[in-house]
Write a new protein. Structure first.
Lengths: 170, 543, 471
């Protein structure tokens, strides 16, 4: 674990760490692999971004998309910013690992259990809200598309010229 | 009430079959009017709506119903347009718009196998068709040339002439499945209305993997193209015209169609011959809505069979992880299947079925599953890539036998235009359930041959629907037991024809469009060449 | 001018070839190894392909070399003639000298001039030996077709064919190509083909007011009415100076150069009909020659046309935003995404293997002249055997095409290009009308006639005054 922390810290941009510094403790900073390329508007968005980075792993997070998702999450539930801050503190206080996060929250019937799910849906699927309130914020840039973009195009986009799908994917 | 007088043919419904009938009649010089309940659409806006959809797996989301011509939707909430009377839900999906539902299809264009026409004589189940495979063969060919169909050459349906083009290139994943199953099963390239070369001015498939709900490049044929061709041939098309009633004269001849425009103003259209082509639910609905003193049970319904014998194709499936990277999602959605169980002596005991391999990308479903499980961080990417690369699905397409208790009736609830909604009475019978049970053997064997792990069978007792609406206007030689004759002319009304999959008296194991098209083309041929008298065009149009 | 004379040896060769062939009508691919006559005919067939005679003389779906294809010009259509060996309706009665006169000097058997839509100023470069081979091919292999296409009828005064003799006197260099001893055999072959049979300058060299190619601006680019043929001189930015010989060969043989350009419109036809069938060695020769054509530079070209742009687009602006019901209100990204991105991909990057090309690093979007971009959007791209980008003329309005084109130029191309709806409208209609040329010509003639009459009257009046004896 220590080797991983050291390696991660070495990779991180010092400037970014400074910007996040007020939000993150050593523990939570170690969970944010790199992710963020732009300065953050405010502390609330910062908490959202920090949790986003934890949930998204090593995926690059587009700053403009982050802002749109954040705004949409607030529209969906105006308590979102405070819940995000609370969750970040909780993660830090109890040193919860990303892989156990949802289990722990679900098992405790935590009021914050919906927060990581909402953030995951936002980044991985590009969707905020559910039922009739659901809104699409991203499709091609949703992380589930970018994660497989070396092999697949998102449905409706052409794979290639006729017959190109017959070959084994490289 | 404004009137439109049409000399020859009024076609109700502009779907792939209605539009093709209209086109052929117009090409022969008749004056033709098509009345379509829904609006005109463009491919571009459908593509835009799909990419903007907040429900990734909801293929109806690019097709929001028009308030003046509702169609059933079930997400995010059911609009309760198709009322469910049970005991089993029949959550049919169709689209009321110019071009109809095939904007949205996977382009399967199978012919029946010859025995499908005679399951009563051969297996003592269901009914026999009032015609044989050979009667339909030239019209199958005509439909295939019209739509641009190709497929494996020998799939149990004999043909006199080759397909108009080569089969669509096989995706890598399907090739591996075919190779690894070869010892036990013959996996064939599907017969589809999808271009393997430029055809009819439309490009070859480019593997957009979104056949359902929309082919963004028109590489597959669909009703929008048929409607466009009908208009180009001289048929007149009025969209946003919700036909709610057919009137008749004292002799029982259909005299007029009445429709509402979006402002609910009624319009009256007269003509010599009427062709109802409004899909297997809306067509019987219209006939039932047209009940009168003379025909208290609705038009064409002395047999009381209108709306009855509702059939579709239910499906169950198995999802599993293969032991090699295959990457579904490259190429068309529905490339390959196994047809060995489409016919055989077992049909006396249980339903036949086709086995379909999907090539639909796993990415969205795997993402949703992983989020549900709370998988985050780098583990998410790893597991998403694993599922996208390895997850496979095989499903059955089961036959349902005609049962008069399975039917479309009129609900006492009314839709936004004040018209009684359609209501579905449906169940899955033992014959079909036994077919499902038999297919589990095949599912297991297939998974075994592909080194399958993590086997996930579809929920017991749950059957997915395939939107192949058959039987509700069954053709037959006995007017007491059927709605129309072998040329789809209503037994009860000389100038009323029915076009669409509703006339098919059994559903076999193949998607219904090609069958419905061939039957309709035979109907048009009959109208134009054999039945001279009052059905012939009044006068050939100049030019 | 008199009929061209051949040396006796060539005549002898021709006569023996014709005698040998008289008894045996061979098929298109005669056995060249054993039969020197067959070799001549095969060479003639290859040269006819290199000269792309079919481009004008065969109607799409029509009979080989039977004419009838209307070439649009600013002053009206010029209709190609039947050049099959039909005696009644084709060139069946032509001697080899007459064939040569038509081919290399634009003079018909009846003495009338051909319009330079027939690129005889280029074909003038063809050597006598190659003319003989072409003659053999046309007379012996091309099937005779008895059908006379409609005669060309340009408006006065352009219907006076005699004027073509004057034009020839001004602009025709009637000397066949001779090798430059300072250059390699390959270069000379390339020069011979480029300047002669392949007649690249017929499209790519700008013309003066009298429609003659400007030799000082060889291959510097020209407007063809709707499409334009770009600068293919050796200039690094304005031309193909930064293309490798391999790039050029791929382009001519396959219709595209990866990461640079793809052929469409008339160039796609030239490749389909002619270039892709030529021998690799000849394509290499043409490419090597092209790379030495004197550079003609346009200061507006800050970079090579293929270097512009990068992956881009503005998905964030459109995702989750419903498209407007009024189609003329769709924004550029909405149009791009719904109509183009399906193949060219959301960020303009094209498919994995480039088969569906990227829009950045693509000359179609890299030029200040945007006509070809609009033409591609209207007509699509169609090349043998399997390239079929659909055209969007029926799906998009002029206004939509303007919005779309300006968007993709900004995102993926050269920002000094722009497109207007008016431009799209004109291109849809087949280009700007050239009838103004007809009116100017007529006015000039009136002016000349009036001047001549005026001078004559003045002279006559002066003469009469002199007669009346004023001293």
């Amino acid at each position: 674990m220590d080797d991983r922390n050291a390696a991660l810290r070495a990779k991180e941009d010092v400037t970014r760490r400074w910007l996040l510094g007020s939000l993150l403790t050593a523990y939570t900073a170690s969970l944010v692999p790199w992710a963020l390329a732009q300065p953050i508007d405010d502390r609330d968005q910062g908490a959202f971004l920090a949790i986003s980075a934890i949930i998204a792993g090593h995926q690059a997070l587009d700053a403009q998309l982050a802002k749109r998702l954040y705004d949409a999450l607030i529209v969906d539930d105006k308590r979102f910013p405070s819940m995000a801050r609370e969750l970040l503190s909780l993660i830090d206080a109890r040193k919860i690992e990303p892989l156990h996060l949802q289990q722990v929250l679900d098992a405790e019937k935590s009021s914050l259990a919906g927060v990581p799910r909402a953030i995951a849906r936002a980044w991985f699927l590009g969707i905020v809200g559910s039922g009739v309130q659901a809104r699409c914020i991203a499709y091609e840039n949703a992380l589930n598309a970018t994660i497989v973009s070396d092999v697949l195009k998102p449905p409706t986009y052409a794979y290639g010229v006729y017959g190109s799908w017959a070959a084994k994917p490289v | 009430m404004p009137d439109i007088a049409v000399a020859d043919f009024v076609v109700i419904g502009s779907g792939i079959i209605g539009s093709t009938v209209a086109r052929k009649l117009a090409q022969a010089g008749a004056s033709v009017l098509i009345l379509e309940a829904g609006p005109r659409v463009t491919r571009a806006e459908i593509v835009a709506r799909f990419r903007n959809s907040p429900r990734r797996s909801d293929w109806m989301s690019p097709y929001p119903p028009a308030p003046w011509a509702p169609h059933p939707i079930y997400q995010p909430q059911s609009n309760n347009y198709l009322v469910q009377a049970g005991p089993y839900p029949y959550e049919a999906e169709y689209v009321r718009q110019v071009g109809g539902t095939t904007w949205h299809w996977a382009a399967h264009a199978w012919r029946n196998v010859p025995n499908d026409f005679r399951i009563k004589s051969l297996y003592n189940v269901g009914v026999d068709w009032p015609l044989e495979y050979d009667d339909l063969e030239p019209y199958y060919q005509e439909a295939e040339v019209l739509m641009g169909v190709s497929g494996a050459p020998n799939t149990g349906s004999p043909r006199k002439k080759p397909f108009p083009m080569e089969p669509v290139a096989e995706p890598f994943a399907m090739r591996r499945i075919r190779e690894r199953l070869a010892s036990a099963y013959e996996v064939v390239t599907n017969t589809t209305a999808r271009n393997s070369r430029t055809y009819d001015g439309r490009p070859a498939c480019c593997g957009n993997n979104s056949c359902q709900p929309i082919c963004p490049i028109d590489a597959q044929y669909h009703g929008g193209l048929a409607a466009h061709a009908a208009e180009a041939a001289g048929a007149r098309l009025i969209p946003d015209a919700n036909v709610y009633r057919l009137d008749h004269d004292e002799q029982g001849r259909i005299s007029a169609a009445l429709y509402y425009d979006p402002d609910k103003i009624s319009h009256r259209v007269t003509g010599k011959t009427f062709i109802v082509a409004a899909n297997g639910i809306e067509s019987p609905r219209l006939l039932l809505l047209s009940a009168s003193d003379k025909f208290p049970r609705g038009l064409a319904n002395s047999s009381d069979m209108v709306g009855r014998n509702l059939m579709d194709h239910p499906s169950t499936s198995l999802t599993f992880d293969a032991d090699e990277d295959l990457w579904l999602g490259r190429g068309p959605q529905s490339p390959s299947s196994i047809g060995v169980m489409r016919d055989g002596s077992f049909r006396a005991e249980h339903a036949p079925y086709r086995l379909d391999f999907t090539n639909i990308s796993r990415v969205v479903s795997a993402t949703s599953a992983l989020i549900d499980q709370g998988v985050y961080g780098d583990e998410f990417a790893r597991r998403l890539r694993y599922s996208a690369a390895r997850e496979l699905n095989v499903k059955n397409v089961l036959e349902i036998l005609p049962d008069p208790n399975h039917r479309i009736t009129l609900s006492d609830q009314k839709d936004a235009m004040g018209i009684p909604k359609p209501q579905a009475h449906y169940s899955i019978n033992d014959y079909t359930k036994k077919g499902h049970e038999r297919s589990q053997q095949d599912f297991r064997r297939i998974a075994e041959l592909l080194g399958g792990s993590n086997l996930r069978f579809s929920k017991d007792g749950a059957y997915a629907n395939n939107q192949h609406i058959c039987g509700t206007l069954s053709m037959g030689s006995d007017p007491k037991a059927s709605v129309c004759d072998q040329w789809a002319r209503a037994h009860d009304h000389e100038n009323l024809y029915l076009a669409g999959t509703g006339v098919l008296p059994t559903c076999g194991t193949c998607n219904s469009t090609e069958n419905g098209m061939a039957v309709a083309l035979r109907t048009v041929h009959h109208i134009l060449f054999e039945h001279k008298a009052s059905d012939a065009p009044a006068s050939p149009r100049a030019g | 001018m008199t009929v061209m004379s051949f040396n006796a040896g060539l005549k002898g060769l021709l006569l023996s070839a014709i005698v040998l062939a008289a008894g045996a009508w061979s098929t298109a691919r005669a056995d060249s190894a054993n039969n020197p006559d067959a070799a001549l005919i095969e060479r003639g067939r290859y040269l006819a392909n290199a000269g792309d005679c079919v481009a004008c003389h065969t109607e799409p779906g029509g009979k080989l070399m039977a004419g009838g294809l209307a070439v649009a010009t600013p002053i009206g259509p010029i209709i190609s003639t039947n050049i099959t060996p039909s005696k009644a309706d084709g060139i069946g009665d032509y001697s080899v000298e007459e064939f040569s006169a038509a081919l290399r000097r634009g003079i018909r058997r009846d003495g009338q001039g051909l319009y330079p839509a027939m690129p005889y100023t280029s074909y003038a470069k063809i050597t006598d030996e190659d003319v003989a081979a072409l003659y053999a091919y046309f007379m012996q292999i091309v099937p005779s077709v008895d059908h006379k296409p409609t005669e060309t009828a340009l408006p006065f005064p352009f219907n006076i064919r005699f004027s073509m003799r004057v034009w020839n006197w001004l602009f025709l260099d009637a000397k066949p190509y001779t090798n430059d001893p300072a250059q390699s055999a390959e270069w000379n072959r390339g020069a011979y083909l480029t300047l002669g049979l392949a007649h690249c300058g017929a499209c790519h060299t700008p013309r003066n007011i009298l429609m003659a190619e400007q030799n000082s601006r060889l291959l510097a680019g020209a407007d063809l009415g709707t499409w334009f043929a770009p600068n293919i001189t050796s200039d690094r930015n304005s031309g193909v100076g930064l293309w490798s010989v391999e790039d050029l060969i791929h382009y001519m043989r396959d219709g595209h150069a990866h990461g640079k350009a793809q052929a469409a419109g008339p160039m796609a036809e030239a490749i389909d009909n002619s270039l892709r069938h030529m021998r690799e060695g000849d394509l290499r020769a043409i490419a090597s020659f092209i790379k030495t054509v004197p550079a003609i530079h346009d200061n507006a070209d800050a970079k090579p046309a293929f270097e512009w742009g990068a992956a881009g687009g503005d998905l964030n602006a459109i995702r989750g935003v419903a498209v407007p019901t009024n189609r003329d209100q769709w924004g550029g990204e909405q149009l791009y995404n719904a109509y183009c991105a399906t193949c060219h991909q959301a960020e303009g990057q094209g498919s994995f293997d480039g088969g569906l090309p990227s829009l950045f690093h693509n000359t179609t979007l890299g030029r200040t002249n945007t006509s070809n971009l609009v033409m591609v959007i209207l007509d699509g791209v169609h090349r043998e055997p399997d390239v079929d980008m659909p055209g969007f003329a029926h799906e998009l309005t002029d206004s939509q095409i303007g919005t779309l084109a300006n968007f993709i130029i900004r995102q993926f191309g050269n920002p000094s290009g722009s497109v207007t709806a008016r431009q799209v409208d004109a291109l849809r209609a087949g280009g700007e009308s050239g009838m103004w040329m007809v009116w100017i010509a007529r006015l000039l003639i009136v002016a000349v006639v009036l001047s001549v009459v005026g001078i004559a009257v003045t002279l006559i009046l002066r003469g009469r005054r002199a007669e009346r004896g004023t001293v």
